[in-house]
Design a protein around this ligand. Sequence first.
Ligand code: MN
Length: 247
Amino acid sequence: MSNLVLDLVLSYRILAEHGVVDAYGHVSARSPQNPNRYLLSRALAPELVTEDDIMEFDLDSEPVDRQGRGIYLERFIHGEIYKLRPDVQAIVHNHSPSVIPFGVTTVPLKPLFNTGAFVGLGIPTFEIRDFQPSGDIIVKTHHLGNSLATVLGNKPAALMRGHGSVVVGDSVAAAVIRSIYLELSAKLQMQAMTIAGPGGKIVYLDAAEVAETTARQDSARTWERTWDLWRTKAFNQLQLEKKLRAG
Ligand code: MN
């Protein structure tokens, strides 16, 4: 079992533990063996995902070997972003609650703390009505996946109006950690706005702080401590569940 498959399994559990995903939401990783394929769970609630549930898809989001299993309707989010973003190695799609209000208002998410500095790189909003007549808001076609990928552009994340968000990274750890801090950032911004009141002053990170902070986080071992902590907790939990299941 490759480390990547295990890391992907643990990612589902880490995201659930932090309230970023519930029964819905998914995380994928580009295959290190073949950049034109990616790994994603079969359709399953995140906390139930184990190594056996991880499947391989091509970039048109067709399973390489379906084996009769259910697959996520919104898998096109993953395939279409991997097509347009060769730098992206992992993608999280989620409905994390604090982020949603920023997708349905004109209030922009802004960078306001250290680990959420990447917000300052820009978080566009995907308005699905710009790409199809009003109706179902699920990204369930190549066209909608490609439209979302186009709105995302070269940014670290995009909000999906009335739905959730998509977060990308150059590793599974980066995409997962960004997803958790995007949720926290949205929550903290709402708290700051509540305390400051209408028109009240809030001091966000400025452009230089965003540039310096994100550069340090991307190049240094900043995330290793975070990832080691969360991964270890999720791994221990997974081992315990397997032991209990085996009796
Ligand atoms: Mn969704």
